[in-house]
Design a binder for this molecule. Structure first.
Ligand code: GLA
Length: 703
C-alpha cells in the first residue's frame, strides 16, 4: 500500500512499513521497521551543535551533516554545497528508467525535492512488491537551470535509523570461493562494501543483510557493475545505510534540461533470516529473473576436456551424456578461432573451428541423431591480441595508448560503452548464432576492467555506460534469438546479481564444483537468490579446484538443489559413477518441479550440522538435504513443514549408507526433534578430507 497526502506518505508491505512526514519543508522518516512498530522517530531540528540532520531518505552536502550523503555535485561557479527542500508527493504509473526495474511494480510514489535557487530538482521513486515485502528505490536528478552541473554521486536508496547496534552480513570472496558471509557488528564510523572491478564481483557482492532483534533487511541492487554500500554510524549513535552504483571515478556532466537516473535498489524485509530469503527469492522470481520456462539438463565440456575437446573425443562424450539422460551438449571454451588451445588466443573470433571440432553439419547430425540439443560458450566482452580479429577490433579495446596495457587471461577488455562496438558485435554474433543455431549459449565474462583508454569522451560516466552497453547487447541478442537459452557466467560467480538475472535465467554459480565448498556458496547465494537461478554441475573427484575427494553421492546431493548438470569426463569414469549419475538425473527429473519452484527453508547455516528443505505451498511434499560437516552424532531438524501434518520420509538411495525410512512422523517431530544421520563418507575419502562431509537427500510426503 502506498498512501500520501500533502505532508505525509505511508509505504506498507505485508510486514514492513516506512512513514515519511513533512516538517518545515523537510521530509523526515517518522517510522520504519515492522508494520506494527509504534516507535516514532524523534526528529530533532538540525542545529550547528547537533551537526547531523534528522532521519531522511535523501541527503546531500550543504547542511550541518557530515555523514556520507546520497548526492554530491559540483556547480559552474566551483561550489559544491546546496540546500534542498521537499516540495510534493505524486504518483507515477508509467515510469521509465533505462535500468531494469522490477517487472510487476507498476506504480511509484515520487518524492520531489528542489534546491532553494530552483536550479536542480531531485525525484525519488519508491515502489513496492507488497506480498514479497520489497521496496524498490531509485533517484533522478534534473538540471533545470545550472549552466553546468557535475554529478559526483547519486545513490539509489538511503535509509536512516535513529539507533545503532545493528549487525550485518556482507558476501565476500574470490574466484571459486564466492559469497562467503562476513559477519559485522556496527561500530562508530563508516563501513564501505564496494566493487571497482567493473562487475558486481566475487570480492564484494552488492547485497547486504542488515539486522537487529527480529528485523532483517536485505539491501540489494539491480545492477551488474561497480557498486557501493555505506553504513555510517554517527557520533550520535544513529545509522545511515546507502546503496547504489559506485561513485568511483564518477563525474557526470549535465547540461540545462539534462537528467541522470540511477539503477534501482531493493530493500527486502523479513522477520527472520529464512523469512527474508523466502521473500527475496520470491521477489526475484516474479520481478527480476529472466524466465525461459525451460531448464536444460546440461553436459558442459569444460571440466571434462578443457581445451582438448575435439572431433575425436566429443562425439563419444555426447553419446555417454545421452545415456545419462542429458538433453543439451555444451561446447564450452575452445570451439572457435584457429588456435584456441589455451587462454591466450582467439577471444573475439566467434567462428566455428571446423578443423578441430568437425563441420557444423557433422555436429548437427551427430547431436540430432542422439537427440541432444546444442550449446555454445562465448566471452564477448574481451579480446585476444593474439587473434585474427585483432587488427579489426583493436580500436575497441580498452587500452591506453603509450601505456603497457594489462593483459588478463590473455585478453583486453572491450569498450561496451561504445555503440559502434556493440553494433559490430551484434552483427558478428548474429551471424554466428544464425549460422550455428545453438539452443543454448553460455555468456562468460572472464576479465575485469583496469585500463580505461577511450578517445575523446567524458569518462565520468564510463562504469555506468559499460553496464548499460552490456544490457543493451544481451537484450538485442535475446530479442533476435528468443528461443536461445542464455546462461550467465563470469569466471563462475563474479557477476551473480539481480541485474544479470534480469537477462539470464540462470548463472554458473561458481567455478568451484567441490561439494563441500558448494554447500556454502549455494546456501549463501540462496539467502538472496532463488535456487533456479543457480546452475550446479556434478564434477569429478578429486575436485579440479580443491583437489579434495568427495563421494559421488555428496556431489549429486548438493548439485540437486538448483539447475543440475554434469561437467566431468564421462569417457574415463567408472560404471559405478555413471550409474549413480544416471539415477540422480532420473530422481532430479522426477522432483525438478518441486526443487525449482518450491519454497526454500534452511536450519542454522552456521552450524556444521544443518538442513535445506524445499516444500510445496500446501506443505504436502518436500525434498530435504541433510548436511553434516563434522563427525558428530546429533539429530538434524527440518524447517518449513506443517507441524500438524504427518509425513512418510524416505531417503534417496545411496549405496554408501543405509536407507532412511520413517513412516508416519509428524511435522512437529521432524522440525523439533529431527532425524539422526550416520556418516556416509567412505574411509578412502576421509584420508584426503580434513573435513568430512556426509549428506543425505530425503523425500517427504504427507499422509
Ligand atoms: C571461465 C568459466 C568456466 C569455463 C572457462 C573457460 O572460467 O567460469 O566455466 O567456461 O571460463 O575458459
Amino acid at each position: 500500500m502506498i498512501k500520501f497526502d500533502k505532508d505525509f506518505a505511508l509505504i506498507r508491505t505485508k510486514e514492513f512499513l516506512l512513514e515519511l512526514k513533512k516538517n518545515n519543508n523537510q521530509l523526515y522518516i517518522n517510522k520504519i521497521g515492522h508494520k506494527d512498530t509504534n516507535h516514532i522517530i524523534d526528529n530533532k531540528e538540525p542545529s550547528n551543535l547537533i551537526m547531523t540532520l534528522p532521519n531522511m531518505t535523501f541527503s546531500y552536502y550543504g547542511e550541518c551533516d557530515y555523514r556520507e550523503s546520497l548526492f554530491y555535485a559540483h556547480y559552474e561557479d566551483g561550489s559544491f554545497s546546496d540546500h534542498f527542500v521537499f516540495t510534493y508527493f505524486e504518483k507515477e504509473n508509467n515510469v521509465n528508467n533505462k535500468w531494469p526495474l522490477p517487472k510487476n511494480i507498476k506504480e511509484y510514489l515520487v518524492i520531489n525535492y528542489v534546491n532553494e535557487r530552483d536550479t536542480i530538482s531531485i525525484k525519488h521513486y519508491l515502489g513496492i512488491d507488497e506480498v514479497n515485502n520489497t521496496v524498490a528505490s531509485f533517484y533522478k536528478v534534473i538540471n533545470k537551470k545550472e549552466k553546468s552541473l557535475l554529478v559526483n554521486r547519486l545513490m539509489s536508496l538511503q535509509l536512516d535509523f535513529d539507533d545503532d547496534g545493528y549487525s550485518f552480513y556482507t558476501f565476500n570472496g574470490k574466484w571459486g570461493d564466492e559469497r562467503n558471509i562476513t559477519v559485522h557488528q556496527e561500530e562508530i564510523g563508516t563501513f564501505i562494501n564496494e566493487s571497482k572491478s567493473g562487475a558486481s564481483s566475487a570480492q564484494s557482492h552488492p547485497g547486504i543483510i542488515f539486522f537487529k532483534n527480529n528485523d532483517y533487511y536485505l539491501f540489494n541492487l539491480i545492477f551488474s557493475g561497480n557498486h557501493k554500500e555505506i553504513i555510517h554510524n554517527s557520533h550520535l549513535h544513529t545509522t545511515r545505510v546507502l546503496i547504489g552504483a559506485n561513485d568511483f571515478m564518477m563525474n557526470i556532466h549535465l547540461g540545462v534540461g539534462e537528467e541522470f537516473i540511477t539503477p534501482c535498489a531493493t530493500l527486502t524485509y523479513g522477520k527472520s533470516l529464512n523469512d527474508l530469503s523466502l521473500s527475496s527469492q520470491a521477489f526475484i522470481n516474479s520481478n527480476i529473473r529472466y524466465d525461459d520456462g525451460v531448464f536444460p539438463l546440461i553436459f558442459n565440456s569444460w571440466e571434462a576436456e578443457e581445451f582438448n575437446l575435439n572431433k575425436s573425443n566429443w562425439p563419444s562424450l555426447a553419446k555417454k551424456a545421452k545415456e545419462l539422460g542429458i538433453d543439451t551438449f555444451v561446447f564450452d571454451d575452445g570451439w572457435f578461432g584457429v588456435n584456441r588451445n589455451d587462454t591466450d588466443h582467439d577471444i573475439g573470433d566467434w567462428t566455428w573451428n571446423e578443423k578441430k571440432m568437425g563441420s557444423i553439419p557433422f555436429v548437427k547430425k551427430t547431436l540430432n541423431e542422439l537427440g541432444l540439443k546444442f550449446g555454445l560458450w562465448i566471452e564477448p566482452e574481451s579480446l585476444s591480441p593474439l587473434s585474427n580479429v585483432w587488427d579489426e577490433m583493436k580500436k575497441f579495446a580498452l587500452i591506453k595508448e603509450g601505456d603497457t596495457p594489462v593483459l588478463l587471461r590473455g585478453t583486453y577488455a572491450l569498450d561496451y560503452s561504445n555503440k559502434e562496438l556493440r553494433d559490430y558485435l551484434f552483427n558478428k554474433l548474429e551471424r554466428s548464432l544464425a549460422t550455428y543455431k545453438p539452443d543454448y549459449v553460455k555468456w562468460d565474462y572472464n576479465r575485469s576492467i583496469v585500463d580505461i583508454g577511450l578517445k575523446n569522451k567524458n569518462y565520468g560516466s564510463f562504469y555506468f555506460d559499460y553496464v548499460e552497453g552490456f544490457y543493451d547487447l544481451i537484450n538485442r541478442l535475446r530479442k533476435r534469438f528468443p528461443n536461445i537459452i542464455f546462461e550467465g557466467c563470469s569466471s563462475g560467480g563474479n557477476r551473480f546479481d539481480s541485474g544479470a538475472l534480469y537477462y539470464f535465467g540462470s548463472i554458473w554459480t561458481s567455478d568451484c564444483t567441490d561439494a563441500r565448498k558448494r554447500i556454502t556458496i549455494q546456501e549463501n547465494t540462496a539467502l538472496m537468490y532463488p535456487l533456479k537461478s543457480m546452475t550446479n554441475h556434478i564434477s569429478a573427484s578429486p575436485n579440479q579446484q580443491t583437489n579434495k575427494k568427495s563421494s559421488i553421492h555428496d556431489r549429486i546431493n548438493v548439485a540437486l538443489f538448483g539447475q543440475m548438470g554434469v561437467e566431468q569426463n564421462l569417457s574415463n569414469i567408472d560404471e559405478y559413477e555413471l550409474n549413480n549419475i544416471k539415477e540422480a538425473f532420473k530422481f532430479y527429473n522426477q522432483y525438478k518441479d518441486l526443487i525449482l519452484n518450491g519454497e526454500y527453508y534452511f536450519s542454522n547455516i552456521f552450524n556444521p550440522l544443518h538442513t535445506w528443505t524445499v516444500v510445496d505451498k500446501a506443505k504436502d511434499h518436500a525434498i530435504a538435504l541433510l548436511i553434516k560437516l563434522v563427525d558428530k552424532k546429533d539429530k538434524l531438524t527440518l524447517v518449513g513443514l506443517d507441524e500438524n501434518k504427518h509425513y512418510n520420509v524416505v531417503s534417496r538411495h545411496q549405496d554408501n549408507a543405509s536407507d532412511i525410512v520413517i513412516n508416519n512422523i509428524s511435522g512437529k517431530e521432524l522440525m523439533e526433534e529431527g532425524i539422526e544421520v550416520k556418516d556416509s563418507y567412505l574411509e578412502s575419502d576421509k584420508e584426503d578430507n580434513e573435513i568430512n562431509i556426509s549428506t543425505r537427500v530425503l523425500v517427504i510426503n504427507s499422509i
